[in-house]
Design a protein around this ligand. Structure first.
Ligand code: ATP
Ligand code: MG
Length: 419
């Protein structure tokens, strides 16, 4: 035997038992996005590195240390596996002139890649569902995003999440705040951890986002962004809050919420849970009015959010019992003629919209029947050479103690359907 080849660290297989949850989740998400009139867009997984550097920001965690970047040896171009979807989505909208036809509500789901330390809820390949509303300026769309999340949590049976909300104001507000922050943290330089010292020079707002317990008192006493917010942003923020209240979506104002990507302005929000340990943010987003222009499009306001599928699945599994999705019928057979007939019977049953598992093990009849019992199917269809010669089959209920019946295909379908 040769040496085994294993998956790359932090990149997970989703095995069939787990995949049932993924499919259930994806079904709910598709219906939910449709209910809010979001249209699907699919972008490539690989983009030019420059896109993320420009969109996310040079001195963010993602761009500084989390991207899978390599040089395409064919042409020397620097390429990156997408670490998030917003930049790609906006790039695609610009490239295909989607905004020419007016504002766009777009959505996507798929894998993202970040070179982080793998741990529970934090992987190197993970999945996001992303929603982007491009070309909308009003507070109604910000509120729509949070209200729609609240609806999805209800559908998924998730109740242990809360909404945190903040406004970052316009870029001038952030500049003013930045000056005050640098002044404050510089006065306490001895108390800063290594990460924060580095950020003081590059991205001081991110110090507020530090998870280090030793930094929390210092952070709690830092200047407040709220004092720098411009009037127009404040008005917008009040509009968002009024709509949330009217929709009965509870939120907490958290003026320490700054988000790790540079493109945000005005509204930012996170849905957080205490049930997942350190990786408590399941969904995050906000407004990014400058991004479309920054990536080379005609200026357009926009906002959006992305949720972490793995973390939500974990919550969903806390809330719901597994309901395995079994086939309706398991077909067992014995004999050469029976094998051929069984193959065509399985197809015929599927023509009638039944889900069918055909035994292809070549095992003994007894062991095939055991498989049928363990499969979760409601009925076994049994075919021997006898049945094959008569073009009939035997239907045996696998739950309860119903009688088995030998009949033609059409009657078998009625029987299985409970007619
Ligand atoms: P965190 O603070 O947990 O690193 P983030 O601010 O980097 O999150 P975003 O870029 O806002 O995350 O991505 C949106 C969501 O995607 C997160 O709230 C989280 O649920 C999920 N997510 C982000 N990074 C990972 C990861 N490495 N593994 C699993 N899920 C992730
Ligand atoms: Mg991160």
């Amino acid at each position: 035997m040769s040496e085994r080849i294993q998956a790359v660290r932090g990149m997970n297989d989703v095995l069939p038992e787990q995949a049932q949850w993924w499919e259930k989740f994806e079904d709910c998400v598709r219906d939910w996005l449709h209910a809010y009139s979001y249209k699907t867009i699919r972008m490539p997984v690989l983009e030019r590195t420059e896109l993320f550097v420009r969109a996310i920001g040079e001195v963010t965690d993602i761009v500084e240390k989390e991207m899978y970047t390599f040089v395409d040896e064919m042409n020397g171009e620097s390429l990156t596996l997408r670490p998030e979807g917003t930049a790609s989505c906006v790039r695609a909208a610009i490239e295909h002139n989607l905004l020419y036809a007016g504002p766009q509500r777009l959505c996507y789901m798929g894998p993202m890649f970040r070179h982080e330390r793998p741990q529970k809820g934090r992987y190197r390949q993970f999945h996001q569902v992303g929603v982007e509303a491009l070309g909308y300026a009003g507070p109604d769309i910000d509120a729509e995003h949070m209200v729609m999340c609240a609806r999805l949590w209800r559908t998924l049976g998730i109740s242990d999440v809360t909404l945190e909300l903040n406004t970052l104001g316009d870029s001038e507000a952030r500049k003013r705040f930045r000056v005050r922050l640098v002044e404050y943290f510089s006065g306490h330089e001895a108390a800063l951890d290594a990460d924060s010292k580095r950020r003081l020079q590059t991205n001081p707002l991110r110090i507020l986002d530090s998870k280090n317990p030793q930094m929390q008192t210092l952070i709690a006493d830092a200047p407040r962004l709220l004092d720098d917010i411009d009037d127009a942003s404040m008005q917008h923020f009040e509009g968002v809050q009024a709509l949330l209240k009217a929709a009965n979506v509870a939120f907490t104002l958290n003026n320490r919420l700054v988000r790790g990507l540079d493109y945000y302005n005005r509204t930012v929000f996170e849905w957080v849970t205490a049930s997942l340990g350190a990786q408590g943010t399941v969904c995050a987003g906000g407004r990014y009015d400058g991004l479309v222009e920054q990536i080379g499009g005609k200026a357009a306001p926009a906002c959006g959010f992305a949720m972490g599928v793995e973390r939500l699945l974990e919550l969903m599994q806390h809330a719901q019992r597994a309901e395995p999705r079994a086939a309706d019928v398991y077909v067992v057979h014995q004999g050469a003629a029976a094998a051929r007939y069984a193959f065509s019977v399985a197809e015929a049953l599927r023509n009638d919209d039944l889900a069918v598992g055909l035994d292809c093990s070549g095992a003994s009849f007894k062991s095939q029947m055991k498989k049928a019992d363990g499969s979760g199917a409601r009925f076994a269809v049994i075919i021997g050479d006898d049945e094959a010669a008569a073009q009939q089959l035997t239907v045996k209920p696998l739950r309860g103690n119903g009688e088995q019946t030998r009949c033609a295909l059409a009657q078998a379908v009625d029987l299985i359907r409970g007619k």
